[in-house]
Design a protein around this ligand. Sequence first.
Ligand SMILES: Cc1cc2nc3c(=O)[nH]c(=O)nc-3n(C[C@H](O)[C@H](O)[C@H](O)COP(=O)(O)OP(=O)(O)OC[C@H]3O[C@@H](n4cnc5c(N)ncnc54)[C@H](O)[C@@H]3O)c2cc1C
Length: 278
Amino acid sequence: MSNLLLRELSLVGHRCPIITADHRDYERYRKVWNGVADRRPAAIARPQSVDDVRKVVHAAAASHALLAVRGGGHSLPGFSTCDGGLVLDLSDLTAIAIDRDTHTIEVGGGALLGDLDRATVPEGFVVPAGVISHTGVAGLTLGGGMGWASRRYGLTIDSLLGAEIVTAAGDIVWASATSEPELFWGIRGGGGNFGVVTRFRFRMHPLGSIVVGQWSYPAANMRQALQALRDRAHGQPRDFTLNFTATATGLSVTAVWSGDAALTHSVLSPFGALTMAA
Ligand SMILES: Cc1cc2nc3c(=O)[nH]c(=O)nc-3n(C[C@H](O)[C@H](O)[C@H](O)COP(=O)(O)OP(=O)(O)OC[C@H]3O[C@@H](n4cnc5c(N)ncnc54)[C@H](O)[C@@H]3O)c2cc1C
């Protein structure tokens, strides 16, 4: 199978690097975020264009090779790599274009959340997404996506307006509410495998200044702090987002406020005093 795959890949064209086990960068490119997913694909293709993606999908189909699509590589079960098959690594498809008039942004299928935030936030906008900058926009969006701005603006897929997709048949289609609506429904939370998304279009939302508070509580006060956290979180406005991590050593609380600056202190400070009476 591997010889047939390599022969098909040789037809993709010289602009799309193909990395096999004898390549000096093979170890670097085969790795994904979760080290437990320690797989050895027969080849890693790194498309530079949508047409490259189409040709690589064709090569996988023609050789009956297993195809794993990689955006940011953060899949916990390791879905973006495989043993013996082909990895389609989209990390060079990171082009981003903002349309300030329509408050929309187009993002390449290999872009990371950090790329998205660096483009939107200086313009005073946000697309609600995740909390770690090196997560892929693609995998996160296809799974729903949530983060610091989600209480205010919803899941990432609530802001998705359309996507360019290379299907398993090698067609390039645009999926939106009015074009291929069933496919559009599927990619909003259905994960990968509906096709390779090469470009997303999102609605951007206004974002002013934000204030972040972070506090730690020792394990001995965990019960009291968690009870107060539950009570004080109840009924908070949508401009407020809370996150906590409880471990054997203690409780860590992070709160983000993106609402009226005049209310910052009154909204955030109770979460820095969870072991004191309200
Ligand atoms: C450290 C960390 C922090 C996280 N934080 C958050 C968070 O704050 N909010 C949240 O909602 N989720 C979060 N997640 C979960 C994350 O959204 C999912 O693991 C997501 O699938 C990762 O996307 P990726 O592109 O980085 O991963 P990948 O491993 O590249 O892909 C994940 C899945 O999507 C498919 N896929 C990737 N790109 C494409 C594409 N262009 N077209 C079609 N299919 C594709 C892959 O084949 C695979 O099945 C986090 C995960 C980690 C590891």
